[in-house]
Ligand binder design. Structure first.
Ligand code: NAD
Length: 327
């Protein structure tokens, strides 16, 4: 990815002399060429990261006879959650980890789920525990997450890990925000002096992402459903992160020319009678203004799973008092 390690101005330059100059071009092909953002290939970045994880896993097995193990707990039959957990299981096996799938019926009680978590906490073959959200309405997710041993909390949602992130002393960081940072870093090696805007303030994406951006020296604004004049706020951002869950909310005129746009949203819509997945950003039109942009699918999603594997590897090392791998 060395060729992507350029600063924002370099990207804008690579797309043409300037946006104004581009508008003077007469050939439509030249115009399209000059005004098309770099697409950040999350799929390829994730594949490369998984290969590095696989190398580390092999090393851990040969040097210390440790095989990182990831337990994925699913309660109920939400179709999207079933797909996510199956992918996590497959990817962990592909990098040489052990994977343990715990699929419980939707009627499972909170007590029974917490008993399972306690068993996994005590299982030395399990280094990472992930409870797929959302849980059925009768189960309190905070109670369940708090029951996970923080050292095995590979989602980084345990209050102790949330607190550590807030004091810039993170052990296990939430995977999607971590993925967003890695994707943006493929364009900007340093965020110092850049304005970052996160749209969405959820505890699993928006807030931890804002903490990570601050730790990386960006100047951060967090917007949400009660913010006024979102387009004007967004237009200030060199780094724009959309984590809202509203199909194509972010339009072309929300984007500062040359900005890097990271789209976290996964929205299932029907277009022209066909089911389709789109992000929170109107990709085609945003691409004509942004300097770099992640697609949906193929951006944040695959990197999130790769970061889960990184966290599982880190947890396995930490639980065995070994240094964290430099990934
Ligand atoms: P959430 O519903 O918990 O939070 C959404 C946030 O967006 C809230 O803070 C809300 O204030 C804000 N919001 C809602 N409507 C808004 C509006 N019109 N203008 C401005 N802000 C508004 O959602 P979440 O869990 O943070 O997920 C957000 C999106 O990211 C969803 O589409 C989800 O599917 C996706 N997601 C993707 C991944 C991944 O791996 N790619 C991981 C997690 C979540």
């Amino acid at each position: 990815m060395a060729d992507r390690h350029r600063d924002a101005s370099a990207i804008v330059r690579s797309r043409g002399p300037s946006l104004e100059a581009a508008s003077l071009e007469t050939s439509p092909r030249a115009h399209a060429r000059l005004l098309t953002a770099d697409v950040i290939d999350g799929k390829a970045m994730a594949a490369a990261l998984r290969m590095r994880v696989a190398d580390e896993v092999r090393g851990l097995a040969s040097t210390h006879a440790i095989v990182p193990g990831l337990a994925v707990v699913l309660v109920g039959n939400d179709p999207a959650s079933e797909i996510y957990t199956a992918t996590k299981k497959k990817m962990s096996a592909q990098v040489g980890m052990r994977s343990f799938a715990e699929h419980l019926p939707a009627s499972t009680s909170e007590t029974a789920l917490i008993r399972l978590i306690e068993r996994l906490n005590g299982d030395h073959d399990v280094h990472g525990i992930l409870v797929q959200l959302p849980l059925p309405a009768h189960i309190d997710p905070l109670k369940v997450i708090t029951a996970i041993n923080p050292a095995k909390d590979v989602d980084g949602f345990h209050p102790l890990n949330v607190g550590r992130l807030a004091i810039a002393h993170a052990a296990l960081t939430p995977c999607t925000p971590l993925a967003c940072i890695m994707l943006a870093k493929s364009v900007h090696p340093s965020f110092a002096g850049l304005e970052a805007m996160v749209i969405g303030r959820s505890t699993i994406v928006g807030k931890p992402l804002a903490q990570l951006l601050l730790a990386e020296n960006a100047t951060v604004t967090v917007a949400h459903s009660k913010s006024s004049d979102l387009p004007a706020l967004a237009r200030r951002a060199d780094l724009l992160f959309a984590a809202v869950g509203r199909p194509e909310l972010v339009r072309k005129d929300w984007i500062k020319p040359g900005a890097t746009v990271i789209d976290v949203g996964i929205n299932r819509i029907t277009r022209d009678g066909k089911p389709q997945i789109v992000g929170d950003v109107a990709f085609e039109e945003a691409s004509s203004v942004a300097g770099a942009i992640t697609p949906v699918p193929g951006g944040v999603g695959p990197m999130t799973i790769a970061c889960l594997l990184v966290n599982t590897l880190r947890a396995a090392c930490a639980l065995s008092s070994l240094p964290s791998p430099g990934l």
